[in-house]
Design a protein around this ligand. Structure first.
Ligand code: SF4
Length: 358
Protein backbone atom coordinates (compact mmCIF):
# COMPACT_ATOMS: atom_id res chain seq x y z
CA UNK A 1 0.00 0.00 0.00
CA UNK A 2 1.30 3.47 -0.89
CA UNK A 3 2.25 5.68 2.05
CA UNK A 4 -0.33 7.91 3.72
CA UNK A 5 0.56 11.51 2.80
CA UNK A 6 -0.40 12.57 6.35
CA UNK A 7 2.58 10.59 7.68
CA UNK A 8 5.04 12.97 6.02
CA UNK A 9 6.59 15.90 7.86
CA UNK A 10 8.25 18.90 6.18
CA UNK A 11 11.53 17.16 5.47
CA UNK A 12 9.75 14.13 4.06
CA UNK A 13 7.67 16.37 1.79
CA UNK A 14 10.77 18.22 0.61
CA UNK A 15 12.37 14.87 -0.24
CA UNK A 16 9.20 13.83 -2.08
CA UNK A 17 9.19 17.03 -4.15
CA UNK A 18 12.84 16.52 -5.00
CA UNK A 19 12.06 12.96 -6.10
CA UNK A 20 9.18 14.23 -8.27
CA UNK A 21 11.35 16.94 -9.82
CA UNK A 22 9.34 19.76 -8.23
CA UNK A 23 10.65 22.95 -6.59
CA UNK A 24 11.10 22.99 -2.80
CA UNK A 25 8.38 25.59 -2.14
CA UNK A 26 5.79 23.04 -3.24
CA UNK A 27 6.56 21.06 -0.07
CA UNK A 28 5.52 24.04 2.04
CA UNK A 29 2.26 24.37 0.12
CA UNK A 30 1.60 20.66 0.42
CA UNK A 31 2.31 20.71 4.17
CA UNK A 32 -0.18 23.57 4.62
CA UNK A 33 -2.93 21.65 2.85
CA UNK A 34 -2.31 18.35 4.58
CA UNK A 35 -1.41 19.44 8.13
CA UNK A 36 -2.73 23.00 8.32
CA UNK A 37 -6.09 22.52 6.65
CA UNK A 38 -6.42 18.75 7.12
CA UNK A 39 -7.78 18.21 3.60
CA UNK A 40 -9.39 14.92 2.67
CA UNK A 41 -8.43 14.72 -0.98
CA UNK A 42 -5.80 15.89 -3.43
CA UNK A 43 -8.54 17.68 -5.39
CA UNK A 44 -8.86 20.23 -2.57
CA UNK A 45 -5.27 21.45 -3.14
CA UNK A 46 -6.19 23.84 -5.91
CA UNK A 47 -2.89 25.72 -6.14
CA UNK A 48 -0.62 22.73 -6.75
CA UNK A 49 -1.27 22.29 -10.46
CA UNK A 50 -2.68 19.29 -12.32
CA UNK A 51 0.73 17.80 -13.15
CA UNK A 52 1.90 17.64 -9.57
CA UNK A 53 -1.45 16.29 -8.36
CA UNK A 54 -1.28 13.53 -10.96
CA UNK A 55 2.24 12.62 -9.85
CA UNK A 56 1.19 12.64 -6.19
CA UNK A 57 -1.70 10.35 -6.96
CA UNK A 58 0.77 7.75 -8.18
CA UNK A 59 2.97 8.00 -5.09
CA UNK A 60 0.78 8.38 -2.02
CA UNK A 61 -2.68 7.89 -0.54
CA UNK A 62 -4.80 10.45 1.27
CA UNK A 63 -7.64 8.44 2.80
CA UNK A 64 -10.88 10.37 3.45
CA UNK A 65 -12.14 10.45 7.02
CA UNK A 66 -14.77 7.82 7.66
CA UNK A 67 -16.77 7.78 10.88
CA UNK A 68 -18.13 4.26 11.40
CA UNK A 69 -20.01 5.07 14.58
CA UNK A 70 -20.51 8.03 16.89
CA UNK A 71 -21.90 8.28 20.38
CA UNK A 72 -22.81 11.50 22.12
CA UNK A 73 -23.05 11.94 25.86
CA UNK A 74 -25.50 14.18 27.65
CA UNK A 75 -22.50 16.30 28.73
CA UNK A 76 -21.47 16.94 25.09
CA UNK A 77 -18.64 14.41 25.02
CA UNK A 78 -18.53 12.54 21.72
CA UNK A 79 -16.85 9.28 20.88
CA UNK A 80 -15.90 8.52 17.27
CA UNK A 81 -15.06 5.17 15.75
CA UNK A 82 -12.91 5.89 12.70
CA UNK A 83 -12.18 3.50 9.84
CA UNK A 84 -8.58 2.86 8.75
CA UNK A 85 -7.45 1.95 5.24
CA UNK A 86 -6.87 -1.72 6.08
CA UNK A 87 -10.35 -2.24 7.55
CA UNK A 88 -9.30 -1.75 11.19
CA UNK A 89 -11.02 0.82 13.37
CA UNK A 90 -9.91 3.13 16.18
CA UNK A 91 -11.61 5.31 18.73
CA UNK A 92 -11.08 8.92 19.71
CA UNK A 93 -13.07 10.95 22.21
CA UNK A 94 -13.90 14.64 22.00
CA UNK A 95 -14.27 16.27 25.40
CA UNK A 96 -15.78 19.74 25.51
CA UNK A 97 -14.81 21.74 28.59
CA UNK A 98 -16.87 24.86 29.01
CA UNK A 99 -16.28 27.78 31.37
CA UNK A 100 -14.39 31.05 31.38
CA UNK A 101 -11.66 31.61 28.79
CA UNK A 102 -8.97 29.42 30.29
CA UNK A 103 -11.40 26.59 30.87
CA UNK A 104 -13.13 26.72 27.49
CA UNK A 105 -11.39 24.08 25.45
CA UNK A 106 -11.86 21.09 23.17
CA UNK A 107 -9.65 18.16 24.00
CA UNK A 108 -9.29 15.07 21.87
CA UNK A 109 -8.25 11.78 23.43
CA UNK A 110 -6.47 9.93 20.62
CA UNK A 111 -5.37 6.35 20.02
CA UNK A 112 -1.79 5.37 19.26
CA UNK A 113 -2.28 1.68 18.39
CA UNK A 114 -5.00 -0.62 17.07
CA UNK A 115 -5.70 -2.68 20.18
CA UNK A 116 -3.11 -2.97 22.94
CA UNK A 117 -0.74 -5.67 24.17
CA UNK A 118 -0.65 -4.43 27.76
CA UNK A 119 -3.71 -6.38 28.95
CA UNK A 120 -4.82 -4.10 31.79
CA UNK A 121 -7.74 -5.93 33.34
CA UNK A 122 -9.97 -2.85 33.70
CA UNK A 123 -9.67 -1.86 30.03
CA UNK A 124 -11.78 -3.07 27.09
CA UNK A 125 -8.96 -2.41 24.60
CA UNK A 126 -6.47 -4.42 26.67
CA UNK A 127 -8.83 -7.35 26.75
CA UNK A 128 -9.08 -7.42 22.95
CA UNK A 129 -5.32 -7.80 22.33
CA UNK A 130 -2.86 -5.98 20.09
CA UNK A 131 -3.26 -5.60 16.32
CA UNK A 132 -0.71 -3.03 15.12
CA UNK A 133 0.84 0.39 15.63
CA UNK A 134 -0.84 3.40 14.05
CA UNK A 135 1.09 5.28 11.39
CA UNK A 136 1.88 8.97 11.95
CA UNK A 137 -0.87 9.84 9.46
CA UNK A 138 -3.42 7.72 11.30
CA UNK A 139 -2.59 9.44 14.59
CA UNK A 140 -2.88 12.91 13.03
CA UNK A 141 -5.96 11.91 11.03
CA UNK A 142 -8.02 11.53 14.22
CA UNK A 143 -7.58 15.22 15.06
CA UNK A 144 -8.05 16.36 11.47
CA UNK A 145 -11.24 14.31 11.12
CA UNK A 146 -12.77 15.69 14.31
CA UNK A 147 -11.71 19.24 13.40
CA UNK A 148 -13.60 18.89 10.14
CA UNK A 149 -16.61 17.65 12.04
CA UNK A 150 -16.38 20.60 14.47
CA UNK A 151 -16.01 23.11 11.67
CA UNK A 152 -19.26 21.89 10.16
CA UNK A 153 -21.10 23.10 13.24
CA UNK A 154 -18.97 26.08 14.44
CA UNK A 155 -15.52 27.64 14.06
CA UNK A 156 -14.17 25.63 16.99
CA UNK A 157 -11.31 23.18 16.79
CA UNK A 158 -9.21 20.87 18.91
CA UNK A 159 -6.80 22.76 21.17
CA UNK A 160 -5.55 19.97 23.44
CA UNK A 161 -4.54 16.40 22.73
CA UNK A 162 -4.18 13.54 25.17
CA UNK A 163 -2.65 10.20 24.20
CA UNK A 164 -4.93 8.18 26.45
CA UNK A 165 -7.01 6.33 23.87
CA UNK A 166 -6.40 2.84 22.55
CA UNK A 167 -2.83 1.57 22.85
CA UNK A 168 0.35 2.35 24.77
CA UNK A 169 1.87 5.49 23.18
CA UNK A 170 5.42 4.79 24.37
CA UNK A 171 5.38 1.51 22.43
CA UNK A 172 4.74 3.48 19.24
CA UNK A 173 7.33 6.01 20.31
CA UNK A 174 8.71 7.35 17.02
CA UNK A 175 5.32 7.77 15.35
CA UNK A 176 3.80 9.45 18.41
CA UNK A 177 6.73 11.88 18.70
CA UNK A 178 6.64 12.69 14.99
CA UNK A 179 2.88 13.31 15.18
CA UNK A 180 3.39 15.63 18.18
CA UNK A 181 5.96 17.68 16.27
CA UNK A 182 3.63 17.98 13.28
CA UNK A 183 0.69 19.02 15.52
CA UNK A 184 2.98 21.69 16.95
CA UNK A 185 4.32 22.97 13.62
CA UNK A 186 3.64 26.64 12.86
CA UNK A 187 2.24 25.67 9.48
CA UNK A 188 0.27 22.81 10.96
CA UNK A 189 -2.32 23.15 13.73
CA UNK A 190 0.12 25.04 16.01
CA UNK A 191 -0.96 23.11 19.09
CA UNK A 192 1.42 24.01 21.90
CA UNK A 193 3.58 21.12 23.17
CA UNK A 194 2.34 21.91 26.69
CA UNK A 195 -1.20 21.27 25.48
CA UNK A 196 -0.37 17.67 24.64
CA UNK A 197 -0.26 14.82 27.16
CA UNK A 198 1.33 11.40 26.88
CA UNK A 199 0.01 8.85 29.32
CA UNK A 200 1.83 5.56 29.83
CA UNK A 201 1.03 2.38 31.73
CA UNK A 202 4.67 2.36 32.84
CA UNK A 203 7.18 1.31 30.15
CA UNK A 204 10.21 2.32 32.22
CA UNK A 205 12.96 2.37 29.53
CA UNK A 206 10.78 4.42 27.21
CA UNK A 207 10.10 6.95 29.99
CA UNK A 208 13.85 7.52 30.17
CA UNK A 209 13.93 7.89 26.40
CA UNK A 210 11.09 10.42 26.49
CA UNK A 211 13.00 12.47 29.06
CA UNK A 212 15.79 12.99 26.54
CA UNK A 213 13.46 13.89 23.68
CA UNK A 214 10.52 16.04 24.56
CA UNK A 215 10.85 18.19 27.64
CA UNK A 216 7.71 20.30 27.50
CA UNK A 217 5.03 17.69 27.01
CA UNK A 218 2.63 16.90 29.86
CA UNK A 219 3.53 13.47 31.17
CA UNK A 220 1.16 11.14 32.99
CA UNK A 221 1.57 7.65 34.41
CA UNK A 222 -1.33 5.26 35.01
CA UNK A 223 -0.52 4.12 38.52
CA UNK A 224 -3.82 2.76 39.87
CA UNK A 225 -2.25 0.81 42.75
CA UNK A 226 0.63 1.79 45.05
CA UNK A 227 1.96 -1.74 45.72
CA UNK A 228 3.34 -4.41 43.37
CA UNK A 229 0.90 -7.14 44.34
CA UNK A 230 -2.23 -5.22 43.40
CA UNK A 231 -0.68 -3.36 40.48
CA UNK A 232 0.51 -6.61 38.89
CA UNK A 233 -2.97 -8.05 39.35
CA UNK A 234 -4.50 -5.17 37.36
CA UNK A 235 -1.65 -4.25 35.05
CA UNK A 236 0.55 -7.09 33.78
CA UNK A 237 3.20 -4.51 32.74
CA UNK A 238 4.04 -4.22 36.43
CA UNK A 239 5.54 -7.73 36.41
CA UNK A 240 8.06 -6.53 33.82
CA UNK A 241 8.61 -3.07 35.30
CA UNK A 242 7.68 -3.22 38.99
CA UNK A 243 7.08 -0.05 40.98
CA UNK A 244 10.72 0.36 42.06
CA UNK A 245 11.83 0.34 38.40
CA UNK A 246 8.94 2.54 37.26
CA UNK A 247 9.49 5.13 39.97
CA UNK A 248 13.22 5.21 39.26
CA UNK A 249 12.43 6.05 35.64
CA UNK A 250 9.91 8.70 36.75
CA UNK A 251 12.44 10.31 39.09
CA UNK A 252 14.96 10.34 36.26
CA UNK A 253 12.34 11.96 33.99
CA UNK A 254 11.69 14.67 36.56
CA UNK A 255 15.38 15.30 37.13
CA UNK A 256 16.02 15.78 33.42
CA UNK A 257 12.88 17.75 32.51
CA UNK A 258 12.09 19.53 35.80
CA UNK A 259 8.42 18.84 35.06
CA UNK A 260 5.67 17.74 37.38
CA UNK A 261 4.33 14.23 36.72
CA UNK A 262 0.65 13.32 36.87
CA UNK A 263 -0.22 9.95 38.34
CA UNK A 264 -3.59 8.59 37.27
CA UNK A 265 -5.32 6.64 40.01
CA UNK A 266 -8.58 4.87 39.14
CA UNK A 267 -10.26 4.61 42.49
CA UNK A 268 -11.94 1.25 43.04
CA UNK A 269 -14.14 0.68 46.02
CA UNK A 270 -12.75 -1.86 48.46
CA UNK A 271 -9.65 -2.43 46.31
CA UNK A 272 -7.28 0.53 46.38
CA UNK A 273 -9.04 3.06 48.58
CA UNK A 274 -7.91 2.27 52.14
CA UNK A 275 -5.68 4.25 54.53
CA UNK A 276 -2.93 1.71 53.83
CA UNK A 277 -3.04 2.72 50.17
CA UNK A 278 -2.76 6.37 51.08
CA UNK A 279 0.31 5.59 53.16
CA UNK A 280 1.85 3.60 50.29
CA UNK A 281 1.16 6.43 47.86
CA UNK A 282 2.89 8.85 50.16
CA UNK A 283 5.98 6.64 50.36
CA UNK A 284 6.05 6.09 46.63
CA UNK A 285 5.86 9.77 45.72
CA UNK A 286 8.01 11.11 48.53
CA UNK A 287 10.12 14.08 47.46
CA UNK A 288 8.62 14.21 43.96
CA UNK A 289 6.70 17.00 42.28
CA UNK A 290 3.69 14.80 41.62
CA UNK A 291 0.00 15.31 41.10
CA UNK A 292 -2.51 12.53 41.66
CA UNK A 293 -5.50 12.48 39.34
CA UNK A 294 -8.31 10.52 40.96
CA UNK A 295 -10.71 8.85 38.57
CA UNK A 296 -13.72 6.98 39.92
CA UNK A 297 -13.42 3.68 38.01
CA UNK A 298 -15.70 3.06 35.04
CA UNK A 299 -16.38 -0.72 35.07
CA UNK A 300 -15.89 -2.29 31.59
CA UNK A 301 -19.05 -4.38 31.95
CA UNK A 302 -21.49 -5.67 34.55
CA UNK A 303 -19.25 -8.65 35.31
CA UNK A 304 -16.29 -6.40 36.19
CA UNK A 305 -14.77 -7.12 39.62
CA UNK A 306 -14.08 -3.38 40.08
CA UNK A 307 -16.65 -1.37 41.94
CA UNK A 308 -17.22 2.33 41.55
CA UNK A 309 -16.93 4.42 44.73
CA UNK A 310 -19.55 7.06 45.56
CA UNK A 311 -18.76 10.75 45.01
CA UNK A 312 -18.50 11.13 48.79
CA UNK A 313 -15.95 8.30 49.04
CA UNK A 314 -13.84 9.82 46.26
CA UNK A 315 -13.84 13.21 47.96
CA UNK A 316 -12.93 11.60 51.31
CA UNK A 317 -9.99 9.82 49.70
CA UNK A 318 -8.88 13.08 48.05
CA UNK A 319 -9.15 14.90 51.38
CA UNK A 320 -6.93 12.34 53.09
CA UNK A 321 -4.30 12.60 50.36
CA UNK A 322 -4.26 16.38 50.68
CA UNK A 323 -3.97 16.12 54.46
CA UNK A 324 -0.73 14.21 53.90
CA UNK A 325 0.58 16.90 51.60
CA UNK A 326 -0.09 15.10 48.33
CA UNK A 327 -1.37 17.26 45.46
CA UNK A 328 -4.46 15.73 43.96
CA UNK A 329 -7.67 16.46 42.12
CA UNK A 330 -10.72 14.50 41.09
CA UNK A 331 -10.93 14.28 37.34
CA UNK A 332 -13.98 15.88 35.82
CA UNK A 333 -15.81 12.93 34.39
CA UNK A 334 -16.80 12.98 30.78
CA UNK A 335 -19.05 10.71 28.78
CA UNK A 336 -19.82 8.12 31.46
CA UNK A 337 -23.12 7.35 29.70
CA UNK A 338 -21.50 6.50 26.33
CA UNK A 339 -19.17 3.59 27.01
CA UNK A 340 -16.61 6.15 28.18
CA UNK A 341 -13.71 3.73 28.77
CA UNK A 342 -11.49 3.25 25.73
CA UNK A 343 -12.14 0.29 23.46
CA UNK A 344 -15.77 -0.20 24.40
CA UNK A 345 -17.33 1.23 21.25
CA UNK A 346 -14.90 -0.65 18.99
CA UNK A 347 -15.65 -3.82 20.97
CA UNK A 348 -19.39 -3.31 20.52
CA UNK A 349 -19.15 -2.72 16.77
CA UNK A 350 -16.90 -5.80 16.38
CA UNK A 351 -19.37 -7.86 18.38
CA UNK A 352 -22.24 -6.69 16.15
CA UNK A 353 -20.21 -7.58 13.04
CA UNK A 354 -19.59 -11.09 14.44
CA UNK A 355 -23.28 -11.50 15.24
CA UNK A 356 -24.12 -10.36 11.71
CA UNK A 357 -21.75 -12.95 10.26
CA UNK A 358 -23.01 -15.79 12.49
S1 SF4 B 1 -5.32 0.92 29.80
FE1 SF4 B 1 -4.03 1.64 28.12
S2 SF4 B 1 -2.14 0.41 28.37
FE2 SF4 B 1 -3.72 -0.64 29.54
S3 SF4 B 1 -4.58 -2.16 28.12
FE3 SF4 B 1 -5.86 -0.28 27.99
S4 SF4 B 1 -5.02 0.85 26.26
FE4 SF4 B 1 -3.47 -0.65 26.90
Amino acid sequence: MAENLRSLDKQDMEALMLQLGEPKFRAKQLFGWVHGKGVESLAEMHNLGKNLLAKLEQEITLPPYEVLARQQSVDGTEKFLLALEDGQAIECVLMRYRGDNSKHRNTLCVSSQVGCAMGCTFCATGQGGFVRNLSVGEILGQVYAVNRYLQDESDERIGNIVFMGMGEPLLNFDNVLKAINIFNDEEGLQIGIRRMTISTCGIAPQIERLAEQEKEIVFAVSLHAPNDEQRSEMMPVNKRYPLAVLMKACRHYQKVTGKRISFEYALMKGFNDSDKHIQQLQQLLQGMDAHINLIPVNPVDDGSPYRRPSRREVLDFAGKLKARGLACSVREEKGTDIDGACGQLRGKVQQKKREGQA
